[in-house]
Every structure is written in structure tokens, then in C-alpha cells.
Ligand binder design. Sequence first.
Ligand code: CIR
Length: 255
Amino acid sequence: YEFNSAIVRQPSTSVVNGLRTDDRGGPTYEGVKAEHDAYIAAMRNAGVEVTVLPALESFPDSIFVEDPALVFTGGAILLRPGTPSRVNETAEIAPTLREMFETVLELPAPGQADGGDIMYTPKGVLIGLSARTDKMGAEALVSCIEKLGGKAQVAETPKGVLHFKTASSLLDNRTVISTAALADAAVFEGFRKIVVPQGEEPAANVLRVNDVVFASAHYPRTLEMLDREGYKVVPLKTAEIEKIDAGLSCMSLRW
Ligand code: CIR
């Protein structure tokens, strides 16, 4: 969670048509843009140099740059997002990554994996299986990560959430925050666990950036809990992006 650099992408006006599993009404472009602007400002405040890529009108979900790629200080991996409308987002971000990283690997077909299912931890990378990340994708990704000198293991994602990190996040080198459904997961054995209160499940997607934790401003019990645990919390609005199943980690690639 110590990052010097990040990539984000401006939302397109088509973001109002972003994918969602449960239609609670679409977000407004202005609302998403305001949340995104505040996110970029918070990243910069946390000491991160942010590269802002231009909006892509033909890809409503392309603001969520975390999904088509995976980055490490030593290289990047181009992923194969697990939903048709997002597959070609990889080709859109590839030139930027090839410019910024010397080593860029590609997840081989036909496996699929979304970055939202991937969590970096000091014990290695965790890859959650989900509707977007299949076994073939996860296993091929383990090999790619090993080629970059890392290690990885595959985990299950609880039913009913989009991504592994919709329900869990790394808070520090020994602590994860998660929903109750994921708290007992074998892959989190050995970690200290903070469980979000019932009714605040979306709050499990936080983003630790250097000294601070970005957390959704809409879940007061979780904010209080993080504060009590001694984390420096930066509350950020997520009401609009949540309408299209997104949280705080999705909006950047960090290294
Ligand atoms: C999607 O369904 O792909 C987008 N509407 C939300 C993606 C959220 N990404 C993430 O959590 N990494």
C-alpha cells in the first residue's frame, strides 16, 4: 500500500450506462465526475503522482481502470476482463502501460480475470474467483505473477458480490477489513481481521494509500471503527459510483 504512482481515467458521459447487477437508478455524469475529482485530489494529497487518462466514450465502465490490468513496481500484466463490454478496455490502456513499464505480460486466452478480484498482500497476491474471474484466468495469472517474481494464490469470492475486493481490502501488512461473509476465508488466516458492521457491507472496499485509508463517507459505523483502530481515514463520497457496483479501489492502478 505504499505507492508513488497511479493511473486513473476520466469518466465518460456514457458512465451513466455503466454495468450494474441491481438497478437502483443510474448515476449522473456530474455526480461521478465530482466523486472522481475528489478521489484524484485525495491521491495527490497522499503523495501519489497521478496520471490522468482521457475519457473513453465507447466504454462506459472504463473509469474503473483497476479491472483491465495489474501493476507492480517491476512490471504490468494486461488482463482479460470477464464481461464482453469491457474486454477491449485492455487494448485502450496497454499503450500507456507499455510506455511506463519495461515488462508488460499478457494474460493468455481463454482465461478471464478482472483486477477487482486481485488483492496484494505481504504474503502474496490473492486472486478471487468470481463471475468475472474464472479458474483458467486465475491459474494463468498465478503463472504471470510468478514470472514477475511474485507469488499468488486463488481464493473464493462470496456469492452476491461483484469482485473479491468488493468484500475485502488490505488495511496494513497484517490487517484486512472484510464483510462477515469473507472474514473466515482460509486465505485470510494469520491476518488480523476487522469486520464491517451488518448493513454496511459496501464499506469493506477501502483503499489504503501510504499513511491514509480512503473509505466511503456513507457508512458511519465503519468510519468510526477505523478511526477507533487508529487509522487516518479520508472519507470520500461514493454514492454515484456505487450505483454501478464500484468502490474506491476500482478507480486507479497503483504502484
Ligand atoms: C463493472 O460492472 O464492471 C463496473 N460497473 C464496476 C467495476 C468495479 N470495479 C472494481 O471493483 N474493481
